[in-house]
Design a protein around this ligand. Sequence first.
Ligand code: ATP
Ligand code: MG
Length: 418
Amino acid sequence: MINIPKGTKDVLPQDAYKWHYIEDAARKTAELFNMKEIRTPVFEHTELFLRGVGDTTDIVNKEMYTFKDKGDRSITLKPEGTAGAARSFIENGMAAGLLPVKMYYITPAFRYERPQAGRLREFHQFGIEMYGSASPDADAEVIFAASSFLSRLGIKGVKLNINSIGCKTCRASYNAALREYLRPHLGEMCSTCRERFDKNPLRILDCKEEGCKKITRGAPRITDYLCNECSAHFKKVQQLLTAGGLEFNIDPDIVRGLDYYTKTVFEFVSDSIGAQGTVCGGGRYDGLIEELGGNPTPAVGFAAGIERLILLMENTGVPFPEERGVQVYIAGMDDESRMQAFKIVCALRAAGISAECDHMGKSVKAQFKYADKIGAQYVIALGGNELASGVCNAKRMADGATTPVMISDICGFFKGLE
Ligand code: ATP
Ligand code: MG
């Protein structure tokens, strides 16, 4: 037997309704916020992620699925959704159109990680991207969109943590202070952090190793080093969140996993799904579009992990509304009535009514049992008597009530119920 690759999961037919529910909530939220969908390829040139995600990140250093294609090009499966969207924004000249550009995506993403609960090698994200606005309103709008999505799903008790990691200017003085603080502890830190020390010390605050976490607990805080502009921006974002009634905590340790963030960063975190508690993360990345070769364009967005949302909803008992079963099952007793059942089922489907009949040669009793199991709302049994009289009984499975219906008018009967 061939098994599924490590760190990947099938969505089985009986569970697909959970995905539909979340994807539907994502699309409805995006629509509320006037965002259009963007779909980009599952693979891109590796260079895009080296530049767009950043070569001091875990994603680029350890987690990418990179391979040579038959044309000897270096290709990478997308580890996140933003880089592809940003590439497309530039390549399709969207900056010349109406601004801001507001887009969303629902995409698989691939990272070579150590699989555990809420951490997979193929996972899925719903994300939004807003390009063109440098205003704190845009940051707040994106955070409200994330919050609105979580509320729509019925998720409660998720905390919003925000931080500002400043811009190039204030980051430089902060990095200097951080290096000064960390230097005496270099020997006690993990090898990855020792590498980060020169290239991007901020990343060290994101390390998940206990030893490094202990050291960074006493580190200087970025929020004490923000320049006037970044500081004012961060204050305004907070005012807007408060004005809209969103509660938040300021968490100076959030730096986010990606290199391209500037100013606002945020996470929605749950304590109900173990160590992988971040269900949604985002922030501002004003340097990204320029880094990828476009004209400087401010940008802000988030990505939410769908598997973690499902886990959270299951663990905290948030219900997933089940999809309706088939509207009507037509059972047939003999060859003649089975043929009629098949014909009626075809007509029902053509009229937009979901319908099912037997394909397994089951007895009538077994057909009724099957109809019950698949959640059919009505069952109609056809036999010699029904065909002769032209009248059958539609049995409502919820309460067993039956209604006589002309066989020639079965479609009309079900249309009338809608
Ligand atoms: P983490 O700190 O948990 O590794 P991250 O900072 O790498 O997260 P992002 O790159 O910001 O995560 O991705 C956004 C969201 O995608 C995360 O908040 C999470 O919900 C989800 N996510 C990220 N990596 C995985 C994964 N390997 N498996 C499942 N979901 C993931
Ligand atoms: Mg990660």
